[in-house]
Design a binder for this molecule. Structure first.
Ligand code: CTP
Length: 400
């Protein structure tokens, strides 16, 4: 089932490390090739000999082989893997991952890995609840790493609560899902827009907004993770794509976004427009910096192209079009009206009423409204997880 898949298992030093030989065995039994890299303390909890036996590969804990002095190339190891799974992840290694502290082989490998990374925290309940843990987990999510949340139950300390490592069988299922979904959208071309647009006033000033671009960038990555050909038309954003297969066209203004998106949509199967496009732009753009002369000043604005509406008008049979709506009042009615007016297949509604949703947050809470009036409410989740829900919904419409 997992033949040809290369999984790099990273183990940090927590008691739950004793469960990892079983996970490695499940992976190997199902055809995966497995290599294990451990932090030095992990070897106090589970022996390298056990792991070498079940993985059928030597275990690496240090930059050098203890006897031969041979150097282990962490870059090669990071490039070798199709997936890296770090379990259990202690609070200490979590903090190092969040801040890029490469003081052991596992960390150097993590930082040079080009593949997706799953991480499964395990620690005592108070450590798990600590604000620094939450911030560090959010950080890893913002890097595009995939969280396998800790579960609740009896902990090694004798306390009971959240912080237990997810069971190896469940981690195995998640790894299987990860690979299984890998090609489900292959052969489909999807256009995504993301980020704000900047509308020039003069060479140094613009009208813009606070969109980070994260939601659309996560959607583009998720589509590419499932094998789709993805064109991401992205306004000014400091966030990079995790999946190197996304074809990213960086633009600045709504006019540039309009040109790139309408062109790419001609031979696409679907488009998801998540960009926060400026609705108006200055009518005239000054070639030189405007000097402050009078006490007040007016800038005449004109409407920008409504990119989503333009795609809705040109949409051919079989093409799927998805829009976003950010509403503050009469949310459902406004979203439904937008869906009909712009000829969409479904619309993703962000409510600004929910703390933690919308601009500047790494989490989002959405409702999907379908053309047939079906309404799906989702919980507050990381934007990476929200991207999966949106791509799942698109995949259903594309009948894959
Ligand atoms: N959108 C677009 N081009 C624009 C404006 C919006 O493609 N010039 C897209 C956004 O990417 C999003 C959707 O339209 O998918 C909703 O944007 P929004 O600004 O909320 O909708 P409007 O139709 O402009 O309605 P209003 O501003 O009145 O809420």
């Amino acid at each position: 089932m997992l033949q040809g898949k290369k999984v790099l298992v990273g183990i940090s030093g927590g008691i739950a490390a004793y469960k990892i030989p079983y996970l490695v065995r499940l992976l190997v039994k199902n055809g995966a090739e497995v290599k294990v890299v451990m932090t030095p303390t992990a070897a106090d909890f589970v022996t390298p000999l056990t792991l070498a036996t079940v993985s059928k590969n030597p275990i690496i804990t240090d930059f050098f082989h203890p006897e031969t002095g041979e150097w282990y190339n962490h870059v090669e190891l990071g490039l070798w893997a199709d997936l890296m799974v770090i379990a259990p992840l202690t609070a200490n290694t979590l903090a190092k991952m969040a801040h890029g502290q490469a003081d052991n082989l596992l960390m150097a490998t993590y930082m040079s890995a080009k593949c997706p990374v799953m991480f499964a925290p395990a620690m005592d309940l108070d450590m798990y609840k600590h604000p620094s843990t939450k911030i560090n987990i959010d950080r890893l999510i913002s890097y595009g790493n995939i969280l396998i949340p800790a579960t609740s139950g009896e902990l090694a300390s004798g306390l009971s609560g959240e912080g237990r490592l997810e069971e190896p069988e469940k981690i195995f299922e998640l790894i299987k899902d990860f690979f299984f979904q890998g090609n489900s959208l292959s052969g489909k071309k999807v256009i995504v827009t993301a980020g704000p647009t900047f509308e020039a006033i003069d060479p140094v000033r613009f009208i813009g907004n606070h969109s980070s671009g994260k939601m659309g960038i996560d959607i583009a990555d998720e589509l590419a993770n499932r094998g789709a050909e993805v064109v991401l038309v992205c306004g000014p954003s400091g966030i990079a794509n995790k999946n190197g297969k996304v074809k990213r066209i960086n633009v600045t203004s709504s006019d540039e976004m309009y040109t790139a998106t309408t062109e790419a949509f001609k031979n696409a199967d679907a488009a998801i427009l998540a960009a926060a496009v400026a609705d108006y732009k200055p009518k005239d753009v000054s070639d030189i910096k405007i000097k402050k002369k009078s006490d007040d000043m007016n800038i005449e604005l004109v409407k920008t192209h409504d990119i989503l509406a333009a795609l809705g008008e040109s949409k051919k049979g079989g093409q799927i079009l998805v829009g976003f709506a950010l509403e503050t009042n009469n949310e459902l009615e406004n979203a439904k009206e937008k869906l009909l007016r712009k000829n969409l297949d479904f619309i993703v509604l962000n409510s600004l009423k929910h703390p933690g949703a919308g601009f500047k947050h790494s989490t989002n809470q959405i409702t999907i409204v379908h053309k047939n009036n079906k309404i799906q409410d989702f919980e507050l989740k990381s934007k990476t997880e929200v991207a999966k829900d949106i791509v799942d919904t698109l995949a259903e419409k594309l009948k894959v």
